[in-house]
Design a protein around this ligand. Sequence first.
Ligand code: HEM
Ligand code: HEM
Length: 245
Amino acid sequence: MIDIAASAAPAIPADRDRVQVWDLPLRLFHWLLVGTVALAFVSAEEGSGLGQWHIAAGWIAAVLIGFRLLWGFIGGQHARFASFVRPGKLAEHVLGLLRGRVAPSLGHNPLGGIATLVLLVAVAAVVWTGAGLIGGGEAGEELHEGIANALLVLIGLHVAAVVLMSVLSKENLVAAMVTGRKMRAKHPRAVDAVPAAGVALPVAALAIAAGAYGVLQIDGQAFTPGARAEAADTEAAGGEEGDND
Ligand code: HEM
Ligand code: HEM
């Protein structure tokens, strides 16, 4: 099979000990998503001092998901859906795992590719049902909370799978998601990932700006955490005055 990466990669790798896998935008996306989703969960707790951040955190996660969908088409080699959505390889991969065979994978392995899609869809579903709650109304709250709880389970499985695969494949996957690189010793024939085209970054920046603008059209106070609380206070105070009349 002809490897497109091989033809496009530089002849002399930049780092002889490590091979480039995840591009910087993908890594930033991942850790920002972890931060915003964690903040959304912590701030959702009743009585949380961070309560006013819940909706802003959720909306930022929404913009991040939008970015990731685009990056799946225009990003670096291993960020592209075409490189890791490989249902045809799933059975072989899972059977191998059951037999204790763990083939090191440069990008997402076939199971990890599916997990990626499931996590993205789950975050999007939580945001979607959360957005439906804006403007009051209790309807849909249980659905939002239910999907959020399902997401929590998925995240637990995700972290457990990352740790398990790191141990089985003797490769630190978390470090790879931080540095973007994997040890070349584990992938002797691998070549550095083909980076995204130069135009991809400005296109993604525009898409992020458009996404944030779109969110503001739906919810003008999306990124102004204090405003909603102040408005609610004013409303409550106004209501009391009205009662006294
Ligand atoms: C809110 C919690 C989290 C969410 C929503 C989340 C989501 C994701 C997603 C969507 C991907 C696929 C990356 C891509 O877009 O291609 C991914 C990959 C990854 N995540 Fe997370 N993640 C979470 C927490 C964590 C934590 C706490 C760790 C560290 C222990 C972690 C480690 C990784 C690693 C190492 C990968 C790459 C897996 C591979 O090599 O195939 N994630 N995560
Ligand atoms: C990753 C994103 C999100 C996560 C993980 C998340 C999680 C949660 C959870 C667990 C609850 C239940 C809190 C409880 O125990 O009562 C909740 C409530 C709620 N969420 Fe979200 N959420 C997210 C995004 C959003 C977004 C984007 C919005 C709005 C645009 C939103 C609006 C709400 C509202 C209005 C409630 C009801 C709060 C209340 O109890 O009064 N959420 N969310």
